[in-house]
Design a protein around this ligand. Structure first.
Ligand code: C5P
Length: 202
């Protein structure tokens, strides 16, 4: 069975949690496409060339440690604006979307560029304040000295960079179902997403 669930949205809106839960519920494979850009961002911090690193990326690199830090997220957002970096990941993601057994991919350009024919398209979002608060709670377990103001300004800067870049910016496609998680428990967001996918599967 070929069935792709495309989940897009800004940083820290809960789309990763929703994507994992939807994949587990339906037994679909899951790809967090942000990890592709995070691997390259981390390699650039370590001194590599972004395009060379993107072209050399291996699937096992996505399991590397240290990808979920604020500096790596910012570096990822920078390399994600380079067309050759995005091109290096295009075919891999398109094949993933069309794998047998169903796929869930979350990112910024999944419904717009990677899989415009996705069987289900979701746009998971939340207000910048709510997203910054969630990111702060997640990161402060691992990093000391973070403040709400710093996390909020990082979230806003990343939204701006991701939405205003020329190549594959973050967009909400007209036929995506919007799930605004600002005032929603994550379990309710997951249930809403599962309901959309169940409906499309019928
Ligand atoms: O989703 P995550 O925060 O892991 O993504 C890190 C960065 O990778 C984003 O800020 C964005 O610039 C980039 N990205 C992208 N396209 C995707 C997924 C992520 O440009 N499909």
């Amino acid at each position: 069975m070929i069935f792709c669930v495309a989940i897009d949205g800004p940083a820290a809106a809960g789309k990763g949690t929703v994507a994992r839960a939807v994949a587990a519920h339906f037994g679909f494979a899951h790809l967090d496409s942000g990890l592709l850009y995070r691997v390259v961002g981390k390699k650039v911090i370590e001194g590599a060339d972004a395009i060379v690193a993107a072209r050399a990326l291996q699937p096992e690199d996505l399991a590397a440690d240290g990808l979920r830090t604020a500096p790596v997220a910012q570096a990822a957002s920078k390399v994600a604006a380079i067309p050759e970096v995005r091109d290096a990941f295009l075919e891999f993601q398109r094949q993933f979307a069309r794998r047998d057994g169903g796929a869930v991919i979350d990112g910024r350009d999944i419904a717009s560029v990677i899989c415009p024919d996705a069987e289900a398209k979701l746009f998971v979002t939340a207000s910048p304040h709510v997203r910054a608060q969630r990111r702060l709670e997640e990161l402060s377990q691992r990093f000391e000295g973070l403040t709400f103001e710093k996390v909020l300004s990082d979230v806003i800067a990343r939204d701006k960079a991701d939405s205003e870049r020329e190549t594959s910016p973050l967009v909400q496609v007209p036929d995506a179902v919007v799930i605004d998680t600002s005032d929603m428990a994550i379990a309710d967001a997951v249930n809403a997403a599962i309901a959309v996918v169940s409906d499309r599967l019928r």
